[in-house]
Design a binder for this molecule. Structure first.
Ligand SMILES: Nc1ncnc2c1ncn2[C@@H]1O[C@H](COP(=O)(O)OP(=O)(O)OP(=O)(O)O)[C@@H](O)[C@H]1O
Length: 522
């Protein structure tokens, strides 16, 4: 594994960066639509090399070049690893551009700036959303190991990703997985003790400490997201699909138990703890809910989905977990099947088109009803109509395994259909919490159901947090009820922060040192 000395990474840069025109590339098709703008598959005209062009959106004239783009470029330029996407160069377009319909693209600036990346055939969300897609256990292990290896490299090199989710994990047809979208990433240094924003990481993958308002945090935030991805791969659907912050925390507490001074010393001192205190303590249920997972998978998942960030497993330790060293072993990436290109944007688009076609067909049918060629089958009393079966067999994750899960067959079988899983989307594009900016949230989300695609709230642009102390936000327990009336009388323990955290290890290698310092970073 390539591990570079922090601060001395890949510093040699081409003097030509930014000097070439986007005209050196032929755009082939749009493969992504992100916060910055569009992502295209493109071909370099002279060499024929296929790349991904990510256009940097510069709509806001006054703010100039977006800070997120500057950060992403700066960070990607210093990272060089087989499990991290490679930024090849920056290119510019000198004149005004047209969109795919030939209209001016709305950019008030004359030119545009593009990041040129190596091209990847899939993102994990797009790939897992392919009809009939099943991941085998060796395949899941293979992806997880690469994800952890890439993340360990970032953490060792003092970079927090802060937006780990399926659509940011890119996979090529050689089976390689690479971390992408460093737009929310930031460098941290061991000697910096300032505050960081807690409005990062897509809601479903956001750890409890950020939801509770912590502003001092470290690599463990990424490890929570990895735990969510891991469970999602094994379970077949997202495990914590909250619609807003209070609901997200509530889902976490229902699964992982409520935090207290015993399982998480210092938690009661975190900014918004009191706003989200459950009305009665909840028990941890990870083992129960995921009892269909194999023993080693469950062990590792427990350590990833640990409420207390200082106790959460690091990427390095996760790579040493029994899970990766027991049969079936992770497969060789090259042995994985090749799939037709599948990006979240495309699968989402295909579903939309399919829905439109279905609606048109329905409308036509209503306008021109066909005489019945034959009578519908007679339904016996008590017999479920086949078309309704998915309704009656639908189970929430808390009622046991999903309809089709990675069971003994070691296959990942994604539940489908409108009622086949939690609604990954918020079709209205609003959320009941109010006040939460969905800036990142309108374009994401292919998912596991056929519901309307709109990703849950995300944190690229910090919105006013509706659940701030003093705001009238439902407390945990009020959201879904059933948690009793009396609030627990939690003891007041050590303060949350650098002083109170146990020094977990005395290791001297670079990873250990970094891990020990995880609460001292900005
Ligand atoms: N190098 C690449 N190769 C192939 N596809 C890519 C590449 N980079 C990005 N994509 C596709 O474009 C999508 C959006 O890219 P990315 O996440 O980097 O943009 P973004 O503006 O940060 O989006 P978001 O706001 O959703 O995070 C990805 O989910 C992926 O499907």
């Amino acid at each position: 594994m390539a591990v570079a000395v922090p601060g001395e990474l890949n510093l040699l840069e081409s003097p030509n960066w930014g000097s070439r025109s986007v005209d050196c590339f032929e755009k082939l098709e749009q493969i992504g639509e992100g916060t910055y703008g569009q992502v295209y598959m493109a071909k370099e005209i002279t060499t024929g090399e296929v790349v991904a062009l990510k256009k940097i959106r510069m709509d806001n004239e006054r703010e100039g070049f977006p800070i997120t783009a500057i950060r992403e470029i700066k960070i990607l330029k210093k990272l060089n690893h087989e499990n991290v996407i490679q930024l090849k160069e920056i290119v510019t377009s000198p004149g005004p551009e047209k969109d795919e319909h030939g209209n001016p693209d709305g950019n008030k600036f004359k030119g545009s700036i593009y990041m040129v990346f190596e091209y990847m055939d899939h993102d994990l969300t797009g790939l897992s959303d392919r009809p009939g897609m099943r991941f085998t256990v060796p395949q899941i292990k293979c992806y997880m190991r690469q994800l952890l290896t890439g993340l360990h490299y970032c953490h060792v090199n003092q970079v927090l990703h802060r937006d780990i989710k399926g659509s940011n994990l890119l996979i090529d047809n050689e089976g390689n997985l690479k971390l992408a979208d460093f737009g929310l990433a930031r460098s941290f240094s061991s000697d910096h003790n300032g505050n960081l924003t807690n409005r990062v990481i897509t809601l479903w993958y956001r750890p409890p400490e950020l939801l509770l308002g912590a502003t001092k945090y470290g690599p463990s935030v990424d490890m929570w997201s990895v735990g969510c991805i891991f469970a999602e791969l094994l379970h077949g659907k997202p495990i914590l699909p909250g619609k807003n912050e209070p609901e997200q925390l509530n889902k976490i507490y229902e699964l992982c138990g409520s935090p207290d001074e015993i399982n998480w010393p210092g938690v009661t001192k975190i900014a918004w703890y009191n706003n989200f205190k459950p009305s009665r303590p909840l028990k941890r249920r990870v083992r129960d809910v995921f009892k269909h997972f194999d023993r080693h998978a469950l062990e590792l998942l427990e350590r990833m989905l640990t409420l207390n960030p200082s106790q959460r497993i690091s990427a390095k330790d996760a790579l040493d977990a029994e899970y990766f060293w027991n049969d079936p072993l992770p497969c060789d990436p090259k042995s994985l099947p090749k799939y037709e290109s599948s990006h979240e944007f495309q699968t989402k688009k295909k579903r939309q088109q399919q829905r439109q076609q279905e609606e048109t067909a329905k409308r036509q049918k209503l306008q021109h009803p066909q005489p019945h060629a034959r009578l519908p089958p007679i339904q016996q009393p008590g017999q479920i109509h086949p078309q309704h079966r998915s309704v009656s067999t639908h189970q929430s994750i808390y009622n046991g395994p999903p309809q089709a899960v990675a069971g003994p067959s070691h296959h990942y079988n994604k539940p489908r259909g409108l009622l086949g899983g939690p609604n990954r989307y918020n079709p209205q594009g609003t959320n009941s919490n109010g006040g939460y900016n969905q800036n990142r949230g309108t374009q994401g989300g292919a998912g596991y159901g056929n519901g309307g695609p709109s990703y849950p709230p995300q944190g690229r642009v910090p919105p006013p947090y509706a659940a701030m102390p003093g705001n009238n936000v439902p407390r945990i327990g009020d959201v879904t009820n059933g948690f009793g009336i009396s609030a627990p009388n939690y003891s007041q323990g050590a303060p949350y922060g650098p002083v109170s955290l146990p020094n977990r290890n005395q290791g001297t290698n670079i990873t250990d040192v970094n891990r020990n310092q995880q609460y001292g970073w900005k």
